[in-house]
Design a protein around this ligand. Structure first.
Ligand code: ZN
Length: 270
């Protein structure tokens, strides 16, 4: 069984911890980890980390909560340069977050649109964040023709209508640990075809948790897979195989990932 954690911030953990985190992930059948940048600096760190570990792959992008006054031409160029590195397999983490203290919406729209433009220019998929802005996100995905490169809404917690709209546009739905505690999300998951589901942990350092062992790590990808297995009554091996295959499809099967996932790559199920 080989799982892919399709969205983490692994490079944000203490350097001294990272090899142990990867080891624990491997013991839990997680054979590839995608680590997403959230700023210019963090995107560069994600790329650097991927150079040290065979099974770590970077995404680059600026998270909506990390935007300041403007999204300048200089920033666009920097993201484009970072994303042009051979190692980079996706534009992530980008998106929209419309909450009270979120950055200016006009800046968020501009950053989201520009970064979709970069993804299209480089033919990379997008894995995007969305909070309180579901309709707006779908509209931007359509207007910017993001479906031409495809991707996934990460840490999905929306309703069936949004799930259907994403699937109709050709996007995947990426599920994380909230699946174990949100009844409505379990209901929606029941109705999402398994061939549109990806798995992630969105793991990052969580010092606000009392015990270190309670921090979410890529190893918890297995827990999410188990949850999906129970909800949909599909064997865990099949959940792993199909969701890993889905990730590869989204990534257009980059050679590096294919090398690690030959058996998954050749999976011919639905
Ligand atoms: Zn994230």
């Amino acid at each position: 069984m080989k799982l892919i954690d399709c969205h983490t911030h692994l490079h944000d953990f203490e350097e001294t911890e990272i090899s142990e985190i990867i080891h624990r992930a491997k013991l839990a059948n997680v054979a590839a980890i995608i680590t997403a940048g959230t700023t210019i600096e963090s995107s560069a760190n994600a790329i650097n980390l991927s150079k040290s570990y065979d099974h770590v792959f970077p995404g680059v992008g600026i998270h909506p909560n990390e935007l300041n006054e403007s999204f300048s031409e200089k920033t666009t160029t920097q993201i484009l340069e970072l994303a042009s590195n051979d190692e980079v397999i996706m534009i992530s983490e980008i998106g929209l977050e419309f909450r009270e203290n979120s950055p200016d919406r006009a800046v968020q729209y501009k950053a989201f649109r520009r970064q979709i433009g970069i993804a299209r220019e480089l033919s990379l998929p997008i894995v995007f964040h969305c909070r309180g802005a579901y309709e707006d996100t779908i509209r931007v995905l359509k207007e910017e023709r993001a479906f031409e490169v495809g991707g996934a809404m990460h840490y999905f917690q929306a309703d069936q209508i949004i799930a259907n709209q994403l699937i109709d546009l050709g996007f995947y739905v990426s599920l994380g640990r909230p699946l174990s505690r949100i009844d409505e999300l379990q209901e929606v998951t029941l109705n999402i075809p398994i061939n549109r589901i990806l798995i992630e942990t969105d793991s990052f350092p969580q010092p606000f948790k009392k015990y270190r062992e309670n921090w979410t790590e890529p190893r918890h990808t297995l827990d999410v897979a188990n949850e999906i297995s129970c909800i949909k009554n599909i064997d865990i091996e099949e959940v792993a195989s199909i969701t890993s295959h889905n990730t590869l499809q989204m990534l257009k099967n980059p050679i590096k990932l294919k090398h690690h996932f030959d058996s998954v790559f050749h999976y011919s199920g639905t």
